[in-house]
Design a binder for this molecule. Structure first.
Ligand code: K7E
Ligand code: CUA
Length: 656
């Protein structure tokens, strides 16, 4: 045991050393020789549009950022799992329920893998899904409004990492657990992990019309770590593939103990078979507690419902539904090519890249050529399912994407490069350095039958000397390549925000056409909306004060309010009466323990203020909205708790 430990640590230190000197070597030649026409390829003239959207995960920011390609310009940060003061998301009364969980209100998340909805295996630009790793959740963002409109918590899961990838018709968004845990959770010794912990793979159905999510079933798998996943497509539609590591089922010093087995597995799941089993009443309902948060676009308000049970399936109860494909060595990425035939497993510690064949897998299953089983799940023979391997392509392979022209592109974290290779012949065609230590890469349309193989961008973990220094912390960096020719051509570096694990990207046209410009006031069903000056009022209910307020260039109505007392809870319900594209108003009041609001045209949002001090306190618009923006202000008078100041409000005249 000691020796294994020593030798593994030795190997790892060599790898680490390789990483660092490699980086240094690269930094010496960073100016590179870019062709003179490169600037033209990324130049988007003022007033012109980018050809592609890129949605880049924010990692530990918990959010999703929107970029244009090829310019690399950032357009927006969409708040998803984290409170976001810039818009009031997670601070306004309407959006706080979005961040509710079975553990209470959680103001932060760790987002990794965005994936855009599909129809017939092609990206349709309706929704984008993204996972939260730490407190397992899946979010849906509506690409009409670029707002997070639904978040579902995933029970029995921990480290929701092999997520959130969608099937060909967005039948399911799939979420697999990275950590196996006791299911149900209970107090037990950690050392009893092996054989007792389980890993849940969750299939979350997406309603075709509304997009509403619901957990259809969870498969309770052996206690491995389920790292990444991808759906089958075309011929393999109906299957889902998950890489595993820690098939050793270690619970301590995983850097050594989870690297013992020569091969771990890719789990192949026939979800159609399990769906059929479940539709016929299979599986068991298990008590579980998980939040389902839905944003209503008419009331502009989210509600959070606590669900009480979930359907679980034991895979050995559904013969023929789950198989293990041996895959060397702690595979990370699990990527399926556009035809659905090839399943690439990137063994982080493996010298070669392993590619499995879906056709061969089906043959082996049909002929029952098994090499034992793990917890009752048949293991296929490595050689029987192997399509081929790319020999010694680089060090530390992580993720693979496809260009739809028969080529694959794999990132290598340790040797800091992207390697292009050919499906079927497995030969390496090209390699280009990344700066530095690349994680994921994205080709627009990547996870679909029809990738749009013009651009590829790599998302790198280490930035070092690529930009002007900004103290000890540098934003991570993305690099855009032109992949339309035989050789990849580096075009551009651009900084990202948070940690850009994965990104989803697509041609701009579909999203651009559907993008919503305003919320129609007629459709506003917010219970506290006010639609004109006549609707504005201040209503006291015990110590709660509800202010029905409107805003339009360039005033609030009312803008003078009296009768509030220390100890009151004051709700500012602000309706933006504008019906013009891109004219939000903001709202903030002095001393408030929350963020400002940013209210879109036609929308109502609510901010709570609990004044603790007597005085006359100003409020104002936080977003520069017109030449008279600075005049958008008002006063609210706070009297002592014992006072009898009458409740009055006004606009354009004095309160008498
Ligand atoms: Cu490789 Cu979370 Cu997809 Cu990061 S993960 S790189
Ligand atoms: Cu409204 Cu500034």
């Amino acid at each position: 045991m000691k020796n294994i430990l020593k030798s593994t640590i030795a190997i790892l230190s060599v790898l680490v050393a390789f990483t660092s000197c490699n980086n240094l070597a690269k930094s010496g030649s960073k100016s590179g020789a870019l062709a003179s026409n490169v600037a033209e390829k990324v130049y988007v003239a003022p007033g012109e549009y980018d050809s592609h959207y890129a949605f880049i995960s924010g990692g530990y920011s918990g959010n999703l950022t929107v970029y244009g390609l090829p310019s690399g310009r950032m357009f927006k940060e969409i708040p998803v799992f984290s409170q976001f003061a810039t818009s009031g998301y997670g601070y306004s009364e309407e959006t706080k329920p979005m961040l509710n969980t079975s553990h209470g209100f959680i103001p932060w998340g760790d987002s990794h893998h965005p994936d855009i909805s599909q129809t017939n295996g092609e990206i349709d630009g309706r929704f984008i899904f993204i996972n939260e790793n730490n407190t397992p959740r899946i979010a849906k963002i509506d690409l009409k409004t670029f707002e997070t409109t639904e978040i579902i918590e995933v029970p029995n899961s921990a480290g929701n990492h092999s997520s959130s990838f969608v099937t060909e018709n967005t039948e399911y968004v799939v979420a697999g657990t990275r950590f196996s845990v006791p299911i149900p959770q209970r107090d037990m010794p950690i050392k009893d992990y092996k054989g007792n912990f389980k890993g849940a793979l969750s299939f979350i159905s997406v309603a075709p019309e509304t997009g509403n999510m619901d957990i259809k079933f969870q498969i309770l798998m052996p206690g491995f770590n389920y790292d990444l996943s991808h759906p089958g497509r075309g011929k393999s539609h109906g299957w889902f593939f998950f890489t595993t590591y820690n098939t050793e089922e270690a619970s301590t010093l995983l850097e050594v103990n989870a690297s013992q087995n020569d091969k771990d597995f890719i789990a192949a799941v026939n979800w159609k078979k399990i769906e059929e089993y479940v539709n016929n009443g299979g599986g068991t309902m298990m008590p579980a507690e998980y939040a389902h948060n839905v944003y209503d676009e008419h009331t502009h308000t989210a509600t959070s419902t606590m669900k009480k049970e979930v359907r679980v399936v034991n895979p050995i109860d559904v013969p023929g539904a789950v198989y293990f494909l041996p895959t060397p060595k702690s595979p990370h990425g699990c990527d399926v090519d556009p035809s659905g035939e090839y399943i690439v497993g990137n063994g982080k510690l493996s010298a070669n890249l392993t590619v499995h064949s879906f056709t061969k897998m089906l043959d082996a299953i049909e002929n029952e050529k098994f090499d034992g089983e793990a917890y009752g799940i048949p293991i296929l023979n490595f050689e029987d399912v192997l399509a081929g391997s790319v020999e010694q392509p680089g060090l530390g392979p992580l993720h693979t994407e496809f260009d739809g022209q028969g080529n694959a592109y794999t990132t290598f974290f340790i040797s800091s490069e992207v390697v292009k290779w050919k499906l079927g012949t497995w030969e390496v065609i090209d390699r280009k350095p990344t700066y530095y230590s690349v994680g994921h890469l994205t080709i627009p349309g990547g996870n679909s039958r029809k990738p749009q193989g013009k651009y590829m961008f790599a998302m790198n973990k280490i930035t070092k000397d690529r930009y002007l220094p900004t103290g000890p912390e540098m934003e991570h960096s993305a690099q855009l390549y032109d992949i339309s020719g035989d050789k990849m051509e580096l075009l551009l570096d651009f900084p990202t925000h948070g940690e850009p694990h994965y990104a989803a990207a697509m041609e701009a046209s579909l999203i651009k056409e559907r993008s919503q410009k305003i919320y129609n006031l007629e459709d506003n069903k917010h219970p506290y909306a006010a639609f004109s000056d006549d609707d504005t009022k201040v209503v006291r209910e015990g110590n709660e004060v509800h202010i029905y307020m409107t805003t339009i260039r360039s005033h609030f109505s009312p803008d003078n309010i009296e009768g509030v007392k220390v100890g009151d809870k004051v709700y500012f319900h602000v309706t933006n009466l504008e019906q013009d594209f891109d004219v939000p108003h903001g709202f903030a009041v002095l001393g408030q323990n929350t963020s400002e609001l940013l209210i879109m045209p036609g929308q109502t949002k609510t901010s709570v203020w609990e004044p603790t001090k007597v005085g006359v306190w100003p409020f104002y618009c936080t977003d520069f909205c017109s030449a008279l923006h600075q005049e958008m202000q008002g006063y609210i008078r706070v009297s002592p708790a014992s006072a009898s100041t009458p409740m009055k409000w006004s606009l354009g005249e004095d309160i008498e």
